[in-house]
Write a protein that binds this ligand. Structure first.
Ligand code: SN0
Length: 315
């Protein structure tokens, strides 16, 4: 595997899931793969799970890991072409990415959407520049438009807990005080469309995801109807895509409650975390045995390790 930027970089998803199972069972069986090899984890935004699970995954494979907080610990980067750099950006990504690529065998990078300009976010300015200039394999740790490692961990968790061959999986929008990116819901929809699940997406009107992501899937605007018979409920807030980056609703009625979970088929609750308690979901759900959020987060080590293993096997 030369890059991991979205589900499109996965040729055979069932085979990848099988590999993840093996990785989870015997995490130290491939420790030789990372010998004398290194990875740089670059963060332009905050992280808890991604940062720590990536370090654990790399260590399990014997990789040396260096973490760099780009905004806190290095020069402010320029991404424009032909920019006269007499402002506050001190280094162009052309040099920065190439230098990091010269130091490391693999690069992983987090760069959230800025939610100001749809075209700029969807051009994946930061991620594409690193892919273009660094010369080594790149892993997305959440880009402007996707969070594939999260969706892979979500799918591993669903596979582990499903009780029917083709479970009903509901992605529900939930309120949030801040405008959040589309990366998590975009990737979740993309991965679930490739996986063997029955996906339903529910959100208030105005929160339609990109048609490039949804394809033929139509949203269900009635949340309670969507929850009926669900085996998994995946909650996430996102800002409007059409009115790009705007908060159109903070309607507290979209919170996930114990009462709504009772409409499901003994459904399990999933969220990528961090989660705003009693805004996105009630304590009663998060603290119940219906919640899989901790196992889901634990599977972030498995998803990253499976991807890194494949990359190391290819270099
Ligand atoms: C990020 C997002 O993309 O929605 C990362 C999720 C893995 N989430 C947030 O930024 C939430 C921050 C908050 O204020 O709750």
């Amino acid at each position: 595997m030369r890059q991991f930027l979205s589900v499109k970089d996965v040729e055979d998803l069932p085979a990848l899931l099988e590999e993840a199972k093996q990785v989870k069972k015997t995490p130290f069986a491939w420790k030789h793969l990372g010998e004398n090899k290194s990875i740089c984890l670059l963060f332009l935004n905050p992280s808890l799970r991604t940062r720590l699970s990536s370090q654990r995954a790399a260590a399990n494979l014997g990789l040396e890991v260096v973490v760099l907080d780009v905004n806190a610990g290095s020069w402010k980067l320029e991404f424009g072409n032909g920019t006269v750099m007499n402002g506050d950006t001190a280094e162009h990504v052309k040099e920065a990415a190439a230098v990091i690529g010269a130091y490391f065998d693999l690069i992983a990078i987090r760069a959230f959407a800025e939610l100001k300009d749809k075209d700029e976010d969807y051009s994946e300015k930061v991620l594409s520049a690193f892919v273009k200039y660094c010369g080594v394999p790149v892993v997305s740790l959440e880009s402007a438009t996707g969070h594939p490692l999260q969706s892979f961990a979500d799918l591993i968790t669903i596979e582990e807990h499903k009780t029917t061959a083709r479970p009903k999986v509901v992605l529900t929008w939930a309120p949030h005080p801040r405008a959040l990116p589309h990366a998590v819901p975009n990737s979740f929809v993309e991965w679930m469309q490739v996986a063997d699940v029955d996906l339903v997406v529910t959100h208030p009107e105005g929160y339609e995801l990109s048609s490039d992501i949804m394809n033929d899937l139509k949203p269900e605007y009635d949340q309670k109807k969507a929850f009926k018979g669900a085996d998994f409920v995946y909650a996430k807030n996102w800002s409007s895509f059409n009115e790009y980056g705007k908060i159109l609703s903070t309607d507290p009625n979209w919170i996930v409650t114990k009462e709504k979970m009772a409409l499901t088929n003994g459904g399990k609750f999933l969220h990528c975390l961090p989660v705003r308690r009693n805004v996105i979901v009630e304590d009663a759900v998060l603290d119940s045995d219906q919640s899989l959020v901790i196992e889901e987060a634990a599977n972030r080590i498995v998803s990253m390790q499976t991807i890194l293993k494949r990359m190391l096997e290819g270099i």
